[in-house]
Design a protein around this ligand. Structure first.
Ligand SMILES: C[S@@+](CC[C@H](N)C(=O)[O-])C[C@H]1O[C@@H](n2cnc3c(N)ncnc32)[C@H](O)[C@@H]1O
Ligand code: SF4
Ligand code: SF4
Length: 511
C-alpha cells in the first residue's frame, strides 16, 4: 500500500512537470516511479506523450503502441490512437494512420476523430487531384467517400475537399446539400477557398454562367520552339501571348490551384520566366512545366529546384535513334544530362514523363516505364497522338496498350496516367459514370500555342469552333457564348463527342 501511495505521488509529479514542459524532470520522476512496479501502463502513456512533445516520434509511437495493446482505459486508449495516427500522418504513412483511426473506438473522442480522419484523408488523396483530374485509384476514392461523407466539415479546406470528391464521383445532390448547409463556411475570408467551393457548387448546380473563376490553367506563353517534332502542330505557328492578356491572367492568380506551362518550348521564352515569377507569389498554385528537356539554363534549374516545381519531360521513346527521329533536332545525350541536373526534383518525386503514343511507338511503353523507374520519375502520362485526321487518332489496340489500362492508379513502380483507352472508345470503368458530365469547362482553361482557348489541351471541341484570344481577351472567354453553349451542350450529352480523350462520361453518349 505504501509503495502504491509513493509511486502515485511520483506519477503525479511527472504529470505536473510534463504539463509545465519540463520534460527532463518529468522523465526522471517516471524512472523513479517505475521501480515500484505500479502504474506501469500510466507510465507508458506519460512517456509516450513526452517523447511526442520532444518530437522523438519513433520512440513515442513505440510506447503508445505498447500502451494501446495493454490498456483497458477507453478514453486514454482512444487518445493514444489519435496521437499514433498523427505520427503516421507526419511520416507520410497515411494508410497506417487510417488503419488505426478506422479501427478505434471513437465514441469518447468523436470531434477529434472526425477532424483527424478528414485531415489524413486530405493528405492521402488531395495530391492526386489537379483541379478536374484525379490520377489516383478511383476505387479507393469511392470507398473513402463512403467514410468521409458522414463527417461534417468544420473548415473551408475540409468543405472544399469533401465537395470536390463528391462532385468528382458525380454525387451532385450531395454536394449542393453539403455546401448549402455550411454556407457560412463557404463564404469566409479566404478568396481561394471561396472560389473553389463556389465553383464546385456551380458544377453541382449545372450553372452555365459562372460567378466562380477558373481554378486551373494551361498557359502557352508562345509557340516558339528550339526543335521540330514530327507530330507537333506548334512548329508551323508564330504566336505570343500579349501583355494585355498577361495582365488579365494575373487577375485570376488568387483563385488558381494549378498552372501547367507549355508552348512552344517554355524554357526558351522570356515571358514564361516573367509570368511564373509573378505566379509564385500565390502559394496555393502548384506548377508543372512541360519541356522537351533540351535547353535548361541555370536560371531554369534554380527556379524549379528552389520552388519545388514539377517538371514533365516529353519523352516518346527511350531508344536514342527513335527519340531523335521523333524529336527532330533533339539530342538524347542532352536530355539525359538535363534529367541528371534535376535529380533534387526526382528525389522529391517531382519529375514526370509525358509520352505521346502513336502506332509507331506503341511498343515502347514497357521500356518507357522501365526508364521511368530507373531515373526515379513519379508519373508517366501516356497521351494519344492527336492528328489533324481524326480517324488517325484511333490507336490500334495492342497487348501493350491493354497493359497500361491495368496499371492506371495502381502500383507499377510509377504512377501511370493514360488518356489513350478513352480515345479508343472502349468501356472506361469508373470514369464513365453514367450520371455525370465533363466538368472541365467549369474549372479549367487552356491557352494554346496558337492563341486559341479551349477547356483542356486534349479537347476535341475546338475542331468545330474555337475562341480566339488574339481577337478578344482572356476575361471575356470565361462566360463567352462559346463557353456557355459548350457547357449547355455538355450537360445535355455528358461530353462533346465520343472521340474526346478527356470525357469521363463516354457511356452516356454511347447509349
Ligand atoms: C506542344 S508540347 C509543348 C512543351 C514542350 N515543347 C514539350 O515538347 O514538352 C506539349 C506536349 O504536347 C505533346 N504533343 C506534341 N504533339 C502532339 C500531338 N500531335 N498530339 C498529342 N500531344 C502532342 C508533346 O509531346 C508535349 O508533351
Ligand atoms: S518540343 Fe514541344 S513544342 Fe517543340 S516541336 Fe516538340 S512537341 Fe512541339
Ligand atoms: S468533353 Fe472533351 S472536348 Fe468537351 S469540354 Fe470536355 S474535355 Fe473538352
Amino acid at each position: 500500500m505504501k509503495n502504491k501511495i509513493k509511486s502515485y505521488e511520483l506519477l503525479e509529479f511527472a504529470k505536473k512537470y510534463s504539463n509545465e514542459r519540463k520534460f527532463g524532470v518529468a522523465l526522471d520522476y517516471l524512472k523513479k516511479c517505475a521501480k515500484f512496479k505500479e502504474f506501469s501502463k500510466e507510465i507508458l502513456f506519460e512517456k509516450a506523450k513526452i517523447f511526442y512533445e520532444l518530437n522523438e516520434l519513433d520512440k513515442s509511437c513505440r510506447y503508445f503502441l505498447k500502451y494501446i495493446k495493454n490498456s483497458s482505459d477507453v478514453v486514454l486508449k482512444a487518445n493514444a490512437v489519435l496521437i499514433v495516427s498523427k505520427i503516421y500522418k507526419i511520416k507520410g504513412c497515411y494508410d497506417k494512420a487510417l488503419f488505426f483511426l478506422d479501427g478505434m473506438d471513437k465514441t469518447p473522442v468523436l470531434p477529434q476523430w472526425e477532424k483527424e480522419r478528414l485531415d489524413v484523408s486530405y493528405y492521402k488523396f488531395n495530391d492526386f487531384f489537379k483541379v478536374h483530374e484525379f490520377s489516383g485509384d478511383a476505387g479507393l476514392l469511392i470507398k473513402e467517400f463512403e467514410v468521409i461523407k458522414s463527417i461534417r466539415p468544420k473548415t473551408q479546406r475540409e468543405l472544399f475537399y469533401v465537395s470536390r470528391i463528391s462532385n468528382y464521383l458525380h454525387n451532385y445532390e450531395f454536394t449542393k446539400k453539403l455546401i448549402n448547409e455550411q454556407i457560412s463556411l463557404a463564404n469566409s475570408s479566404d478568396a481561394f477557398y471561396n472560389n473553389a467551393i463556389l465553383n464546385e457548387f456551380e458544377i453541382a448546380s449545372k450553372t452555365f454562367l459562372l460567378k466562380s473563376k477558373p481554378r486551373g490553367l494551361w498557359i502557352a506563353p508562345g509557340s516558339k520552339c528550339n526543335i521540330s517534332c514530327i507530330m507537333c502542330f506548334s512548329k508551323d505557328i508564330n504566336w505570343e501571348l500579349s501583355d494585355k492578356n498577361i495582365k488579365d491572367i494575373y487577375s485570376y492568380m488568387p483563385y488558381l490551384e494549378n498552372i501547367v506551362w507549355w508552348g512552344g518550348e517554355p524554357t526558351i521564352s522570356e515571358k514564361f520566366y516573367e509570368m511564373i515569377t509573378y505566379a509564385l507569389k500565390y502559394k496555393n498554385i502548384k506548377h508543372t512545366v512541360i519541356t522537351n528537356g533540351q535547353y535548361l539554363p541555370q536560371k531554369f534549374i534554380d527556379l524549379v529546384i528552389d520552388n519545388s516545381i514539377e517538371v514533365a519531360f516529353s519523352i516518346d521513346s527511350v531508344d536514342k535513334n527513335k527519340y531523335e527521329k521523333i524529336r527532330y533536332g533533339a539530342s538524347f545525350e542532352k536530355l539525359m544530362e538535363n534529367i541528371a541536373k534535376l535529380k533534387p526534383l526526382a528525389d522529391k518525386k517531382l519529375l514526370k514523363i509525358n509520352s505521346v503514343i502513336a502506332d509507331y511507338n506503341a511498343k515502347e511503353i514497357k521500356y518507357i516505364l522501365k526508364f521511368a523507374r530507373k531515373w526515379n520519375f513519379r508519373t508517366v502520362s501516356f497521351i494519344p497522338m492527336i492528328s489533324k485526321d481524326i480517324k488517325n487518332n484511333m490507336l490500334k489496340r495492342t497487348d501493350d496498350l491493354n497493359k497500361i489500362d491495368k496499371m492506371i492508379g495502381k502500383d507499377a513502380g510509377v504512377e501511370v496516367n493514360s488518356s489513350i483507352k478513352i480515345l479508343s472508345g472502349e468501356n472506361c470503368g469508373i470514369k464513365c459514370a453514367t450520371k455525370g458530365f465533363c466538368h472541365t469547362p467549369w474549372s479549367y482553361a487552356t491557352i494554346r500555342y496558337d492563341g486559341k482557348i479551349v477547356p483542356d489541351n486534349l479537347c476535341t471541341c475546338y475542331r468545330k469552333e474555337s475562341f480566339n484570344l488574339t481577337d478578344s481577351n482572356f476575361l471575356k472567354y470565361w462566360n463567352s457564348t462559346y463557353m456557355t453553349d459548350l457547357r449547355k451542350n455538355i450537360i445535355s450529352r455528358g461530353a462533346c463527342s465520343v472521340l474526346c480523350p478527356q470525357a469521363n462520361v463516354l457511356e452516356k453518349i454511347k447509349k
